[in-house]
Every structure is written in structure tokens, then in C-alpha cells.
Design a protein around this ligand. Structure first.
Ligand code: FMN
Length: 310
């Protein structure tokens, strides 16, 4: 039994969830192959979809949409099936997405993918959203991150079991959702423009970390030794988050920068104050209440086992 996970992760959140999926599928006896975008873009062109029982797409929500690299992989997979001339029954596809906030609008992020996949023999049957710390806009506190991570760890076994058992789970359709998602997909080309305005300021020590980390090779060192940003940025925020000197300036997005890796460990210090305590509070409360209900229904009254390594 085999599963294919095709995913993009800018700053590691979606990668963490991918690991959880891999572990849960392994517990059910599935072997997992991974395609990490955009590095393994070409690998998609060699995939035989019929080798897999399930195909999963993982992505961070960007402006209420899936990042372009993920849509491109969907198209490549569609072409792959066409090239192989498959007329076999619809292949089941699932989506796992991460986002900084749990608002209902996020449900439109997969609409474009659904259209692409449906055209050639795939059917999106399950879609799950995990709230993970923001890599843009503002920094979540350690306590908030811990709660998000504990929740995601408890939810993934439930979701993987649903997928494996063939129990469909899709978000409800939203009025004008497709139209809203279409407008917000302007972010795909807007990122190229905004990304060109990024700069490394005087605190930069030229360690080259941003150059190495950029998933689209958009950052280079010019002949004067200065860091330069090209026009291919996909706004994943990896450079800004992992810069050890917090030197990257994000042009018009400067007040939205989040610098410094999240630890995901249970907080040991005194609770951190946050100016954003009330931000989307109702939506977060709704997300946690729903998650708790799902978890209790699945595990009964016994709390979910925690991975001692986490
Ligand atoms: C350009 C950009 C746009 C984003 N848009 C949204 C959004 O519309 N809704 C949301 O909840 N989170 C949004 N986020 C936050 C990310 O989805 C979230 O932090 C995600 O977990 C990051 O995952 P990653 O570490 O795998 O890249 C956005 C992040 C970026 C960089």
C-alpha cells in the first residue's frame, strides 16, 4: 500500500505536518513517497499515479490560495495521467493545508486545484486545515504555538484514518468563493514584484544563508558582495524568518515580518505578552472547540498519546 505526498513548505510548518502524515500512514502499513516542491518539480513528470492508493497535496495557504508551485504540480500530474492514457477509476486525492488563522475564507484555497484535478481522473475527497504559527503578519507566542502543535498532532491520526477508511471530508462551499480566490491569486504575480523590493540592511554579515535557503534561487550576491533579490520571489518568507541577524527588509511588507524560528517546544518561561491576543479570537476558539470534539470522538475520554520526542 502506497501514498504519495506532494508538498511545498516555505518556513517548515507544512513540512512538520507532512512528517505527521507520513508517520500516521506508516502506522497503518502504508509506504510513503514524498515530492518536495519546488525542488523536486521534475519528479512529478515521472510519477505513475496508479502506483499509489492515495495522493496528498500539502501547502501553506497564501492569500487564501494554494501557492503557484503546488498548482503547477497539479497540472503536471494531470498531464502525466493524460500521457499514460489512463482511463481507470478516479484517483483519490486529499489536501492538508496550514494557515496562520482558522477563518472560513481559507476553504476557498483548494478550489483551483479541485478544478485542475477533476479534469483528468482525480477526485478531491478529503481536505484538512491545521492552524500553525504565522510566518507573516505577526509572531505567535510560544504558548499559542504549543497549543497549535499539540492540536495538529492529535488531529492528524483522526484525519489519516478517515482518508484510509475512505470517509470523505470536504469543507462546505462558500458563496462567491471561486471568484474571491481568483482575485486573491494576484498574489502569485504580485509576489514577484514585492519580492524585488526586499533588501538586506547594514546588519547583514553575508553568511549566505538566505541565498542557500531560497527555494527558487531568487537571491544572489552581486560582484560588489551585496545581497540582491530578483524577480522570482514566491513570498514564502524563508529568507526573512531564518536570517540570523534579522537583516532582511521586506519593502511594503516591512511591518509584517516574522524573524526567528519557532521552537514548538512547550513554553518554560513566563507567558509572553502579545498585542494580538484578540486577533480572530472567535475563529481560533471555534477551531479549538471543533478540534477537541473531533479528538474526543476519536480517542474517547483517553487523551491522545503524545510523541515523547516532541
Ligand atoms: C505570502 C503569505 C500569505 C499568507 N496568507 C495567509 C492567508 O491567507 N491565511 C492564513 O491563514 N495564513 C496565511 N499565511 C500564513 C501561512 O499560511 C502559515 O504561516 C503557514 O503555516 C506557513 O507554512 P509553511 O511554514 O509551510 O510555509 C500566509 C503566509 C504568507 C507567507
Amino acid at each position: 500500500m502506497k501514498v504519495l505526498l506532494i508538498y511545498f513548505s516555505g518556513t517548515g510548518n507544512t513540512e512538520r505536518i507532512t512528517e505527521l502524515y507520513k508517520n500516521e500512514f506508516a502506522k497503518l502499513g502504508y509506504q510513503t513517497d514524498e515530492v518536495k516542491l519546488p525542488a523536486d518539480n521534475r519528479a512529478v513528470n515521472c510519477i505513475n499515479p496508479d502506483e499509489y492508493d492515495f495522493i496528498g497535496f500539502g501547502y501553506p495557504i497564501h492569500a487564501f490560495n494554494a501557492p503557484k508551485t503546488v498548482l503547477n504540480a497539479c497540472k503536471a500530474l494531470q498531464n502525466r495521467r493524460k500521457a499514460l492514457g489512463r482511463e481507470t477509476p478516479r484517483k483519490k486525492v486529499f489536501v492538508y493545508k496550514t494557515s496562520g488563522e482558522p477563518v472560513r475564507m481559507s476553504d476557498v484555497s483548494s478550489l483551483k486545484m479541485r478544478g485542475i484535478l477533476k479534469r483528468r481522473g482525480y477526485a478531491l475527497t478529503n481536505e484538512y486545515q491545521y492552524v500553525m504559527p504565522y510566518n507573516i503578519i505577526f509572531r505567535h507566542t510560544d504558548a499559542q504555538v504549543d497549543k497549535m502543535w499539540q492540536t495538529a498532532q492529535a488531529l492528524t491520526p483522526v484525519h489519516v484514518n478517515e482518508i484510509a477508511n475512505g470517509t470523505p471530508s470536504l469543507p462546505k462551499k462558500m458563496f462567491m468563493g471561486g471568484f474571491l480566490a481568483w482575485i486573491l491569486r494576484a498574489e502569485h504575480w504580485g509576489a514577484h514584484i514585492v519580492g524585488k523590493t526586499y533588501k538586506a540592511n547594514k546588519t547583514c554579515v553575508h553568511c549566505g544563508k538566505c541565498v542557500k535557503l531560497c527555494p527558487v534561487n531568487n537571491i544572489r550576491v552581486n560582484k560588489h558582495g551585496k545581497i540582491k533579490f530578483g524577480g522570482k520571489c514566491i513570498m514564502c518568507m524563508r529568507c526573512a524568518m531564518f536570517c540570523p541577524k534579522n537583516s532582511i527588509e521586506l519593502g511594503i511588507l516591512k511591518s509584517w515580518k516574522v524573524n526567528g524560528e519557532y521552537s514548538f517546544a512547550p513554553p518554560t518561561d513566563a507567558p509572553q505578552a502579545s498585542k494580538h491576543d484578540k486577533y480572530c479570537l472567535k475563529a481560533y476558539n471555534r477551531y479549538y472547540a471543533r478540534a477537541e470534539k473531533t479528538i474526543t470522538e476519536f480517542y474517547g475520554e483517553t487523551p491522545p498519546p503524545q510523541d515523547p520526542a516532541e
